[in-house]
Design a binder for this molecule. Structure first.
Ligand code: NAD
Ligand code: IPM
Ligand code: MN
Length: 354
């Protein structure tokens, strides 16, 4: 089992170090190879996604990624920005299906900013399309043009989905719903956007193959509101790349912190990249305070989806549950009466359980 490890930038290396320790503690035959992606790759190789990294990612059975980006690179030309490295791997490997499970561990019911009764028992799966939409649509750009007789800068992007892209992500979502509560909510903005009208039409067509699944539709603005009003109404949610990006960050707070939300990005062959849903958190980088649990839980998803090893996935998830029950908390999930620890100490606690 060959794992490509991409720590990235900011808190990336700190949280990755702990997730790697967890994988090593499983005592399985892993071969782990580290690569550069994001800002660190721009600094070292002049590009956010060096050929060597892409080769490593292609040859590995699975990829574990920390996070990329940071203020240092925010003024770089767009093709040299760290985020391009991440988007490049997703696109090159066809990782179109992004699964983001928002699960509230009972111990964290008070860590959420929402009332405990609103979030307790929460278990939502957000299925986000990851290689299309306005993220990748052409044309795009910024240029100076004449507008109403005056030269002005104009910026534009293209929100576009082809039928096959919508169809395949909806299938993933329906299949996931079949294995869970059999309720699927498709989120769109069909009242305004043609691309999401097509999305809704295809959702209805796909439903014919899944008669046991209850399909509902919701406009994205309402979905954002419903997620904080009554999140437990949802089982599986499916949506496009940009809406999914925004809604999954929102959903992370239902679980206590963005530091708790893992993700799997899968392609048609179930090859996957696993990454926490959060970013490189430049505001806390290098201080040993970041929460490494989302990255460890992403490693658990890797065991489940790429290596078909449910037992190891559950070992990691149970170890996380146990340390939370023991009271260990990083700053983002801390509350009085619990034990505040750093990134590395959280790793120590999980390792002790494992
Ligand atoms: P962010 O997710 O990095 O941080 C948002 C807030 O959440 C910050 O206050 C941060 O301290 C906190 N936070 C995030 N992860 C945490 C953790 N594990 N433990 C404790 N607190 C945590 O989002 P941002 O600030 O908007 O973006 C920062 C950089 O990260 C940008 O360059 C952005 O492009 C990049 N980014 C990368 C990814 C990725 O690599 N997958 C995802 C999102 C953002
Ligand atoms: C995420 C991130 C990325 C995205 C950025 C860093 C390109 O926010 O993984 O959620 O928007 O997909
Ligand atoms: Mn995001």
């Amino acid at each position: 089992m060959k794992i490509c490890v991409l720590p990235g930038d900011g808190i990336g290396p700190e949280i990755m170090a702990q997730a790697v320790r967890v994988l090593q503690a499983l005592d399985l035959k892993f071969e782990m190879e580290e690569g550069l992606v994001g800002g660190c790759a721009v600094d070292a190789a002049g590009t956010p996604l060096p050929e060597a990294t892409l080769k490593l990612a292609r040859e590995a059975d699975a990829i574990l990624l920390g996070a990329v980006g940071g203020p240092k690179w925010d003024t770089y030309p767009r093709d040299q920005r760290p985020e391009r490295g991440l988007l490049g791997i997703r696109k090159e490997l066809g990782l179109f299906a992004n699964l983001r499970p928002a699960i509230l561990y009972p111990e964290l019911a008070n860590a959420s900013t929402l009332k405990p009764e609103v979030v307790s028992g929460l278990d939502i799966l957000i299925v986000r399309e990851l290689t299309g939409d306005i993220y990748f649509g052409q044309p795009r750009g910024i240029e100076t043009r004449e507008v109403d007789g005056e030269n002005q800068r104009v910026g534009w992007n293209t929100m576009i989905y082809a039928e096959y892209e919508i169809r395949r992500i909806l299938r993933v979502a329906f299949e996931a719903a079949m294995k869970r509560g059999r309720r699927l909510c498709s989120v769109d903005k069909m009242n305004v956007l043609e691309t999401t009208q097509l999305w809704r039409d295809i959702a209805e067509e796909t439903k014919k193959d899944y008669p046991e699944v209850e399909l509902t539709h919701m406009l994205v603005d309402n979905a954002a509101m419903q997620l904080v009003r009554n999140p437990k109404q949802f089982d599986v949610m499916v949506t496009g790349n940009m809406f999914g990006d925004i809604l999954s960050d929102e959903a992370s707070m239902l679980t206590g912190s963005i530091g708790m939300l893992p993700s799997a990005s899968l392609n048609a062959d179930n090859k996957g990249m696993y990454e926490p849903s959060h970013g490189s958190a430049p505001d806390i980088a290098g201080r040993n305070v970041a929460n490494p649990l989302a990255t460890m839980l992403s490693a658990a998803m890797m065991m489940r989806y790429s290596f078909d090893d449910e037992a190891s996935a559950q070992r990691i998830e149970n170890a996380v549950k146990k340390v939370l029950a023991q009271g260990y908390r990083t700053g983002d999930i801390y509350e009085p009466g619990t034990r505040r620890v750093g990134t590395k100490e959280m790793g120590d606690a999980v390792l002790a359980v494992l």
